[in-house]
Each structure stands twice: as structure tokens, then as C-alpha cells.
Design a protein around this ligand. Sequence first.
Ligand SMILES: [Zn+2]
Length: 134
Amino acid sequence: MDTHTYPVTRTDAEWRARLTPEQYAVMRGHGTERPGSCALLCEKRAGTFSCVGCDQPLFESKLKFESGTGWPSFNDPVPGSVENTIDRSYGMVRTECHCARCGSHLGHVFEDGPPPTGLRYCINGVALKFDPAA
Ligand SMILES: [Zn+2]
């Protein structure tokens, strides 16, 4: 991991206490959940998807779309909530995205999304929690 300091920092023990083993593997270990495994994939209600690691709002439901990949996909994050780094693991060059507040890994960004941005944020559902609009 890099030495970047985030507004929210936790020790490894604190992360393990806060997250489920699956969430920990994805968010702190840069893992990837099984496609289609997350209930949030089918979440169609209006609302906000927030970071499980620090509760920061990350994505709005109106920018969610059905990508057919098996992972929740979004057109664009809440401005300033997500940071990107270049991920060269597995012999591929991909854009990794993580929470700007706590640094937890969320997923990857691809440039084959729909307008207006053309971006597809491919996010592990376990890293998100959904709050329906009031
Ligand atoms: Zn976070």
C-alpha cells in the first residue's frame, strides 16, 4: 500500500473489527468479489451508496446503470469522494478507484460507460451500503 494519508485512518485490527472478512479482503486487500454475488447489484430504488469503511457518500442511484458485468456500475462518483490510481497487477493496466476519505479499495474505472462521461465505475458491492432516499 502507499503512504498516502487519508482523513480517516484505522489500524489493521480496527479494520478487521469493522468489516466482514469479505469486505476486508476487497477493501483492504484489493480483492474482487464474485460477479453477481452482491444484493446491491439489483438495487433499483433511489438513494445513495456510501463507503462501508467510513460512511462517506460515494455514488448516487441515478448514475447507476446495468452494465451486465455482474458488478454494480456507476457513471460517475459524488464529486471528490473517489480517487484513482493506476493498477498494474495481473499483467493489466487498469484504473483502480478507492475512497478519498479512508483509502479503501472500491473497484476499477473503465472507459466504456454510457454518456455523459463515458466512464464505468465497476464497484464491488460489498464495499457499499445503500441508503434509500427519504
Ligand atoms: Zn471510505
